[in-house]
Design a protein. Structure first.
Length: 298
């Protein structure tokens, strides 16, 4: 039967191209959604009352999310290829498995960043500078798991830059009373879903010396996740108040809160397959919030 899933499209691609598509995780789009959705929140919040968000900007940021998530994964695998060989889940990644060389991945990274720059140059000058400022985070984030038990925090700072960039792309600058709480909400959300994600590999990570919040929190994980979720919801409420959002927005925030509560309550941190399922379900949280912003504006 015909299938249009990302994984099927990668498998249908020409053989020499497949390692590059897997290197940029095109077959696993969950991470791209999680990068894109904070951008979409910001673009939608910046729309004028009664108006739909700018469709061109949503599309442009969608392309940018695919490219920058791919570039981030490429950088991550270049840094971590020796670690990846020692972890069952990551041993088949193209660099760890030897399907492509470090030089080939470096050239591929240059291509992705060049295309991402073309996307960035379509924005206003303020947004170009703001977007360029995130590159240092993109490059250094993969190193954090070597030196701190909080690499998920650095991922959050990197992954949610679009919460600032989306607003500035529409308005020409950041309105910090809205953008900063929205950015904080995104960082807290990343701490939730990426801590869940990290529980998949915690045993092997402990053996090879990779640090994570999953190893740091251990049995207290659900308590920490609950705290991060509460901080996320309060930050979203503050952002909404500062841009005069309406009832549908707060309804969506409440629905997202219920979804997170269910995730945390039913999470089994000892089952990697359950951790992956809960991680991937965060796309629903992001779409709920985008829908709430859209209806709130209208």
């Amino acid at each position: 039967p015909l299938s249009f899933s990302a994984a099927e499209l990668v498998r249908a691609a020409p053989g020499p191209l497949q390692p590059y598509l897997r290197l940029m995780r095109l077959h696993q789009p969950a991470g791209t959604w999680l990068l894109y959705l904070p951008c979409s929140w910001s673009i939608a919040l910046a729309a004028a009352p009664g108006c739909l968000p700018d469709g061109r900007m949503l599309a442009l940021f969608g392309v940018g999310a695919v490219l920058m998530r791919g570039a981030g994964c490429t950088i991550n695998d270049m840094w971590d290829r020796d670690y990846d060989r020692k972890v069952t889940r990551t041993a088949s990644r193209p660099l760890a498995a030897g399907d492509i060389s470090t030089f080939q991945s470096f050239v591929f990274l240059g291509g992705q960043l060049s295309l991402a720059l073309c996307v960035l140059l379509c924005l206003n000058y303020y947004s170009i500078l703001l977007g360029a400022a995130s590159l240092s985070l993109v490059i250094t984030y993969p190193l954090m798991k070597r030196i701190t038990y909080w690499p998920q925090l650095f991922l959050g700072l990197t992954f949610n830059w679009g919460a600032l960039l989306g607003w500035s792309a529409i308005r020409g600058s950041c309105e910090w009373a809205v953008c900063l709480p929205l950015y904080v909400a995104g960082v807290m959300w990343t701490l939730v879903y990426d801590t869940i994600y990290a529980h998949q590999d915690k045993r092997e990570d402990a053996v090879i010396g990779v640090k994570s919040t999953a190893l740091h929190f251990q049995e207290d994980t659900k308590r920490w996740l609950s705290g991060f979720s509460l901080a996320m919801l309060l930050s979203l409420c503050l952002a909404g108040l500062n841009c005069s959002q309406t009832f549908p927005y707060y309804s969506a925030v409440a629905a997202a809160g219920l979804h997170l509560a269910h995730q945390i309550y039913t999470l089994d941190t000892e089952r990697p397959e359950d951790c992956w399922k809960k991680f991937a379900s965060n796309r629903t949280v992001g779409i709920l919030l985008f829908t709430g912003i859209l209806l709130g504006n209208l």
